[in-house]
Design a protein around this ligand. Structure first.
Ligand code: ASP
Length: 342
């Protein structure tokens, strides 16, 4: 039977072409994708495409966009073997992370890809990214299950777990990295799956559950030498704020100034959630390693372990949307739900 893939174009560089009149990049009609990429016909898959209207630069992505995208995937879930989401690179790691938490029990591939150069350009990376993503979204194992059954990012020959990635380069074709989790597949002459790293459901056939209640009362606060008391206090006293992702140094260490610790402790004592996430690209928070980490534990911070900021923010949106009680949010945050922490 023909594999069926739904290609969802949301915007970004990949779907742009130079307008001959203005010489500016503008999105092309994605329903005509096989005209632009005739190679797609060689697969023999049934590829339907759907375009957001309007398409957006991914810098404009917001929770309403995620709800729309997740709802499209849910509505089409039973009709397709896999989904390829064409998305700008700037916020792709946030969107892939959000989908991994909003689409609970997903058992089909949802592969985000994009490109650094538009698909119509001579040296584009968009064609390879698109063609390989479609193949990865369609492939099955010997038992007839999808080989990939999670939300991923495919870029420059590498397939990553979506909620483990961050955009790394604004320049290179190799734009994404997943320092704390191995690649799920490497695409060369052959596709080499890293089966030990790929998620496999313990039981197949669980119904897909969609979470669209997103509570965005979250702040991200990055510490730096010289950070001032009024700045920290202004953030923590934001009306209605329920959670903070605190980006700390190294293995989760911070300044030890009494005013800083008192401000954090005041927020957590009042019921707020503060997640400790490292500013480092790789490695994890360990609040037991240094005295300057232990003070944060004493101030009531939750360890984000090796979670990315992108995953921490979107996981908090979903958990805060699900639970009115912040204690429950903390309890759930500490447990990995979609392979986002080691
Ligand atoms: N600004 C663009 C976007 O994120 C960049 C890209 O597509 O790579 O939509």
């Amino acid at each position: 039977m023909d594999r069926k893939i739904l290609l969802i174009y949301t915007g970004g560089t990949i779907g742009m072409k130079i307008d001959p009149e203005t010489q500016l990049l503008k999105p092309f009609d994605f329903t005509q994708i096989t005209r632009e990429v005739p190679e797609l016909k060689k697969f023999g898959y049934l590829i339907d495409s759907l375009s957001f209207d309007p398409v957006i630069d991914s810098s404009d992505v917001n929770p309403a966009f995620w709800i729309k995208l997740a709802s499209i995937i849910k509505a089409n879930y039973d009709f397709y073997d896999g989904f390829v989401v064409l998305h700008g690179t700037d916020t792709m790691a946030y969107s892939a992370s959000a989908m991994s938490f909003m689409l609970e029990n997903v058992e089909k591939p949802v592969i985000f890809t994009g490109s650094q150069l538009p698909i119509g350009m001579l040296r584009t990376d968009g064609k390879e990214n698109l063609i390989s993503s479609i193949q990865l979204a369609a492939e099955q194992d010997e038992a007839g299950h999808p080989h990939i059954c999670e939300v991923c990012i495919y870029f420059d020959s590498q397939l990553f777990r979506g909620n483990r990635t961050s955009k790394y380069s604004a320049e290179n074709f190799s734009a994404f990295r997943s320092p704390n989790y191995p690649t799920l597949a490497e695409v060369g002459i052959h596709v080499r799956y890293n089966d030990a790293a790929i998620y496999h459901p313990r039981r197949w056939g669980r119904p897909l559950r969609l979470h669209t209640e997103l509570d965005t009362r979250v702040a991200v606060l990055k510490i730096f030498p010289g950070i001032t008391e009024p700045l920290v206090k202004a953030v923590l006293s934001t009306p209605g704020l329920r959670a903070v992702v605190l980006e700390t140094y190294g293995s989760g260490n911070s300044l030890s100034d009494p005013w800083f610790l008192a401000a954090l402790a005041g927020f957590t004592r009042a019921g707020g959630v503060i997640v400790n996430v490292t500013q480092c690209q790789a490695g994890a928070v360990d609040m037991c390693a240094y005295a300057n980490g232990d003070i944060l534990k004493q101030a009531g911070l939750v360890s984000g372990k090796d979670i990315t900021t992108e995953a921490a923010v979107t996981k908090l949106f979903v958990l805060l949307g699900q639970y009115a009680d912040n204690k429950k949010v903390i309890e759930k945050f500490e447990i990995g739900v979609s392979g986002e922490i080691s």
